[in-house]
Design a protein. Structure first.
Length: 231
């Protein structure tokens, strides 16, 4: 079993990150899960995007152990493993250090919902998880990052199926989705929403958040039972 289809899917999804301007050098990674096989395909560590190929993707299980592949998996692999293990409905995960979303993470701020672009995707502020504790950092850091993400959603009573993006304080965004393509799409969305929120506050410090009626209207026309929003 060579896991060919998830390797190809992971390769294509990883190549979208530089194409969308979401990564520099070797930053960032996408993974794709095969639930039946209990493994995921992820980018190898430290390989430039132009040298990637489907064969170079590394196959890893939900404990973060390499099942197949000649290269070291991405250094963030254990974070992906924790999320796949606990969130049965996700098919792909993305991590980038895209500039604006990372700036909000570094500022340790949620991205406030200021407009309908944000509301089309999410009815709440993009959550920013607290920075990791010293104990977590000294321990199994990447593994603990997964728990930091899950803990933040749990604390705020948010579901991973409704909120498919988060910032990890001091660090950067993580996004996910039913497919790797959706996770990549969400990585682009969080970057754009972060950029718009930054510009909005620059133009008008003290601006108010979007009113509830518009939040509901925009979310429902895209996601509700009577959705009519095309793209
Ligand atoms: Zn990172």
């Amino acid at each position: 079993m060579s896991y060919q289809s998830i390797k190809e899917e992971a390769y294509e999804a990883n190549m979208q990150l530089p194409a969308l301007g979401l990564v520099l050098f070797t930053f960032g990674n996408v993974s794709v899960v095969d639930r039946k096989a209990g493994v995921f395909a992820i980018k190898p560590s430290g390989v430039p995007y132009k040298l990637l190929s489907p064969e170079k993707m590394v196959i890893v299980d939900f404990d973060g152990e390499v099942v197949e592949g000649g290269l070291r998996p991405s250094s963030d692999t254990k974070t992906h493993a924790v999320l796949y293990k606990h969130w049965a409905q996700i098919g792909g995960i993305v991590h980038t250090h895209s500039t604006y979303a990372t700036a909000w993470a570094q500022a340790q701020r949620d991205i406030p919902i200021y407009g309908t672009t944000h509301a089309d995707h999410l009815t709440v502020d993009v959550p920013c998880a607290a920075p990791m504790s010293d104990e977590m950092i000294r321990g199994n850091y990447e593994h603990e990052t997964g728990f930091q993400i899950m803990g933040c959603l749990q604390e705020r009573k948010l579901s991973y199926q409704e909120v498919e993006m988060i910032l990890v304080g001091n660090h950067a965004p993580f996004t996910w989705g039913k497919t790797a393509d959706k996770a990549v799409y969400n990585a682009a969305v969080v970057e754009e929403v972060a950029r718009m929120a930054f510009l909005t506050e620059s133009i008008h410090p003290g601006v108010s958040r979007l009113k509830d009626s518009l939040i509901r209207k925009h979310f429902e026309r895209k996601h509700g039972p009577d959705s009519y929003y095309g793209q």
